[in-house]
Design a protein around this ligand. Sequence first.
Ligand SMILES: [Zn+2]
Ligand SMILES: [Zn+2]
Length: 127
Amino acid sequence: MEERKTKQKNALNKISKKLGKFFSAEELHNKCETEGQNIGIATIYRFLKKEAENENLNVFECEGKKIYSRSENEHSHFTCTNCHKKVHLKTPMKIFKELKKQANFTLEAFQIEIAGLCENCISKQAQ
Ligand SMILES: [Zn+2]
Ligand SMILES: [Zn+2]
């Protein structure tokens, strides 16, 4: 039983590294299937929770869903007010340092929400 758990954990670690910078539990689950690993969604949720607790993964809220990242500890959004397209932005940590000057805190999550018109909608308006 323990051996199976370790095997699953190793497989999940490996597979999660093949995903993009940000991934959801569902994406990890789907990737496991395509990799021929039969791992239940409940196991995946447990794995992600544990990894987040151990600070191996950063957790963000994205469109009401939890998403995970190994490398990024900031996750910002640009949302188009016309077509509602969402773009993920890497947040310059310079901003965080500026904010930190104003109050002392430790970083758990850092997310900026920007709204405006996307490239597509700007060019449509120009026509
Ligand atoms: Zn997002
Ligand atoms: Zn748009």
